[in-house]
Design a protein around this ligand. Structure first.
Ligand code: CUA
Length: 390
């Protein structure tokens, strides 16, 4: 290969980077990006970002041109040596280079502070939907306090109505973040923070914990379904009913779960790809059977350790873990880590700590260390029962 002159190599590299950046910018399928806002709050933040990026680019260009200009124009020329002229103590220069950054900061501060005040808690519309968000190790609890509905890890919000989130934490600092909707907000114990936005399109989004909170920080995901007001009302009405499981002859076999009625109508029974978890099952975990009997599972649930931690409306009053009343209608489990299907759920019940580091749910399956645990068949039965709770 012929040796390219340095400038030509530099130019080739710069052009390649530029072309790659331009091509990447053409992608429109960015459902989890702050650059694809779907609420006024999101758009205001995005505009602020554009504004600051433009200002930053202008400052960068001026500074770099100045630096290059100085390097070339005042370079040391052959024969001429000695110290350059010293400007220390030059009042005019010092005032100038203090005032310019101050002006730049003011330019940044005005739109930033205006946006912060625009979304202060006192500006929440009176008809806003109240949602309490409680951060746990390592999952999210969502309470629609005015509507008497509690769920976990999957939010459903009506399009066109402001949702006002009151954020607190059970045990550790998290940060609540739905990139497509709004900024982040800290979720702190003994303090309530607020954030609100109005979703303006129906779709499904991912949410994240945006602050390192511990072992399973990266595994504190959640889903947000924005649906029409009618679908939202239907979903709430369904959530208010008890679990749709009569304890009859229901027997769930392998094959996956379906979404809740309101969500099924919205997603057409099929989730957008960005909502399907692809976490691999940790090595060494296996279950011999995933075909369970829901009736047997219900019996095991009611007489087992599960009831101490989980709520199932009309069945168990536990308060430590997620509410499971309509668990079978959720699309994912373990805070968005795995798809909610018989195999993943059975593995989860068998050995939750192995499926998710730091999980407070103990391993319930039988193993050399836990000889009194459930057999694989019993685990599959409990999974069948939970998946039957639509
Ligand atoms: Cu919760 Cu990071």
């Amino acid at each position: 290969m012929p040796f390219l002159p340095r400038s030509r190599r530099l130019l080739t590299t710069a052009l390649t980077v530029l072309i790659c950046a331009a091509i990447a910018a053409c992608s429109t399928d960015i459902p989890n990006s702050t650059l694809n806002p779907n609420s006024q709050f999101g758009r205001d933040t995005d505009r602020l970002f554009d504004w600051l990026l433009l200002g930053g680019a202008i400052v960068f260009t001026i500074v770099e041109v100045g630096v290059l200009f100085t390097i070339i124009l005042f370079r040391r020329r052959g024969g001429k040596g000695g110290r350059p002229r010293q400007v220390y103590g030059n009042a005019t220069l010092e005032i100038t280079w203090t005032l310019i950054p101050a002006a730049v900061l003011a330019f940044i501060a005005v739109p930033t502070v205006r946006t912060i005040f625009k979304y202060s808690p006192k500006n929440v519309p009176a008809d806003a939907l109240k949602v309490e968000v409680i951060g746990h190790q390592w999952w999210w609890e969502f309470r629609y306090t005015d509507l008497g509905v509690t769920t976990a890890n999957e939010l459903v919000l009506p399009v066109g109505r402001t949702a006002n989130f009151a954020l607190t934490s059970k045990d550790v600092i998290h940060s609540f973040w739905i990139p497509s909707m709004s900024g982040k907000r800290d979720v702190i114990a003994n303090r309530t923070n607020y954030i609100y936005f109005k979703p303006d399109s129906a779709y499904a989004w991912n949410g994240f914990c945006a602050e390192f909170c511990g072992t399973s920080h990266a595994n504190m995901r959640f889903k947000v379904f924005t649906v029409s007001p009618a679908q939202f009302d239907a979903w709430i009405a369904h959530q208010k009913t008890g679990p749709q499981f009569g304890g009859g002859t229901d027997s769930i076999t392998a094959g996956g779960s379906s979404a809740a009625p309101a969500l099924a109508a919205f997603t057409n029974g099929k989730l957008p790809p960005h909502l399907v978890p692809s976490t691999p099952v940790p090595k060494g975990l296996a279950i011999s059977n995933v075909t369970g009997n829901a009736t047997r599972g219900a019996q095991l649930y009611k007489t087992g350790a599960c009831i101490a931690c989980h709520v199932i409306q009309g069945v168990s009053p536990g308060i430590v873990g997620p509410n499971l009343t309509h668990f079978g209608s959720r699309t994912s489990l373990a805070s968005g880590l795995y798809p909610n299907d018989p195999r993943h759920l059975a593995l989860w019940i068998k050995n939750a700590p192995a499926m998710k580091p730091g999980s407070l749910m103990p391993a319930l399956g039988r193993s050399p260390g836990t000889p009194a645990g459930y057999t694989d068949q019993q685990v599959a039965d409990i999974a069948a029962y939970l998946l039957a709770l639509k």
